[in-house]
Design a protein around this ligand. Structure first.
Ligand SMILES: [Zn+2]
Length: 185
């Protein structure tokens, strides 16, 4: 884990970005708020929120959902059936990824069950995962002198920004680990 930008600072920035994108009062946006379920976010709002987070942190959020990536990694018909309904493995996958928020899911549910699982905290966790991938040294000056100014990490010696893994790469890495551990498929 990186300790340059605190969990608290990440959560606060995500709450602010969500409130601004959805034009809702910041006090209504809590860590547990579901973006679609509680705050009324629609798919275009996710693009706006992701853009704001990318600007704030200098990162790239995932463009595709975990179910999209799972279909690509494991093949079609494994996590979703031919009618785009969750299979038992699909439920296992979302349980492993989203914990108790996904405990109510059952095989046969529509993949529309996925967006309500995305909470403000889930987005903050995704940002933290990306921030944790900053490289050991700066690619410009080769020093190891990362500092954080607000939510942006940069090189204290030359000002260069680190190149992080992007959100889609991290989702694929998570799926590969889950597959190796053998408790999903
Ligand atoms: Zn540097």
């Amino acid at each position: 884990m990186q300790e340059l930008v605190s969990k608290r600072a990440v959560l606060d920035e995500v709450r602010t970005s969500v409130a601004e994108a959805l034009e809702v009062d910041l006090s209504t946006v809590t860590a547990d708020s579901s973006l679609t379920g509680d705050l009324g976010a629609e798919s275009l709002d996710f693009l706006d929120i992701n853009y704001r987070l990318e600007q704030a942190f200098g990162i790239r959020m995932a463009r595709y959902s975990i179910l999209d990536h799972a279909e690509e990694q494991f093949g079609e018909g494994i996590v979703l059936d031919e009618n785009s309904r969750l299979t038992a493995q699909g439920v296992n996958l979302l349980n492993a990824r989203y914990g108790e928020n996904a405990a109510h899911l059952k095989p046969g549910m529509s993949m529309d069950a996925l967006p309500p699982l995305i909470t403000v905290q889930a987005m903050a966790d995704a940002v933290l995962d990306i921030l944790a991938t900053y490289p050991p040294t700066c690619r410009s000056c080769t020093k190891s002198d990362w500092r954080a100014d607000g939510t942006q990490i940069s090189c204290g010696s030359c000002g260069e920004f680190p190149v992080f893994d992007n959100g889609d790469d991290l989702t694929v890495q998570w799926l590969k680990r889950a597959q190796e551990e053998g408790n999903i498929l």
